[in-house]
Design a protein around this ligand. Structure first.
Ligand code: GLP
Length: 274
């Protein structure tokens, strides 16, 4: 006889009314996981969208005393050629927006080293660090205009592990504005692979704003394709995609997604907070 699991895992989509409410939900999911498991292994992301998630986590830490002291954190990616001290490095971003503002032990925070002499060896070392920590419990993800998660640009293999990746012109156009001069943006990055991300026990992807509406519809409701790395998440056993109305604007099954959030017991503690 075939045993049917009580709950068959799948991707879920949650639409929140505003970008603020969407970021708030992502932060509360992470805080909830941390309360349940104080030595949580967190996977973290960077980008404009994540800034408000980290601001909310800092507030939750201060006001509700959520404890980061035993937590370990692994970031998705880092630019090749930027040392940790560079104002545009993802290490600087993380220190500024989260690590220096909560009680996490900096020794427990990890990003790939973008200036390692041997980048391939650095990628292998990073994978070992994640494995030695017992794997990632919750992976926070944004999405780039190219459909990337981390820096997994189009045609990233679904089985890929941490490696060096050349950035697409789309990503360059999206992120160069964050550098003092666009030409200062590196053309390559070290990134966890799609396979690394799929190994996380839970994924939380957050996207807000109309600019993300098209890529979100393709990532969530389109066919799986290596041309859009985020579609690999359709294969993940426990992935929640949180969007605001703007980023969810081109989804066709909105009523279904709303029904799930309003009715499924799992989401009960997270309803009616905003
Ligand atoms: C960078 C990061 C991605 C992130 C993306 C989203 O490219 N490498 O991990 O998903 O930014 O950026 P934003 O939130 O600024 O749109």
């Amino acid at each position: 006889m075939v045993t049917v699991p009580l709950s068959i895992p799948s991707m879920e989509v949650i639409i929140q009314s505003t970008a603020d409410a969407a970021a708030d939900l992502a932060a509360r999911i992470i805080a909830d996981e941390l309360r349940r498991k104080p030595d949580l292994v967190l996977g973290l992301a960077t980008g404009r969208t994540m800034k408000s998630v980290y601001a909310k986590l800092v507030r939750i830490h201060r006001e509700e005393r959520v404890d980061f002291s035993r937590c370990r954190a692994f970031n998705l990616d880092e630019y090749v050629g930027l040392p940790a001290a560079d104002p545009n490095s993802y290490r600087r971003y993380m220190n500024e927006h989260l690590f220096h503002q909560v009680n996490i032990d900096l020794k427990n925070t990890f990003l790939p080293d973008g200036v390692a002499k041997d980048l391939d060896a650095e990628c292998a070392r990073y994978e070992r660090l994640i494995a030695d920590a017992g794997g990632i419990d919750v992976q926070l993800l944004g999405i780039g205009a190219s459909g990337h998660v981390g820096f997994n640009e189009p045609l990233s293999a679904f089985r890929s592990r941490t490696r060096v990746k050349a950035l697409t012109p789309t990503t360059w156009a999206q992120n160069a504005a964050l550098f003092p001069k666009p030409e200062m943006m590196p053309r390559r990055a070290l990134t966890m692979g799609i396979g690394t991300i799929l190994d996380a026990r839970r994924c939380v992807l957050l996207a807000t704003g109309t600019k993300k509406a098209d890529i979100i519809a393709r990532a969530v409701e389109g066919p799986m394709t290596a041309m859009i790395s985020a579609t690999a998440l359709q294969w993940h056993p426990r992935c929640v995609v949180i969007v605001d109305e703007a980023a969810g604007g081109r989804l066709t099954e909105k009523n279904y997604y709303r029904w799930i959030f309003e009715n499924e017991p799992e989401w009960e503690p997270f309803r009616n907070r905003k």
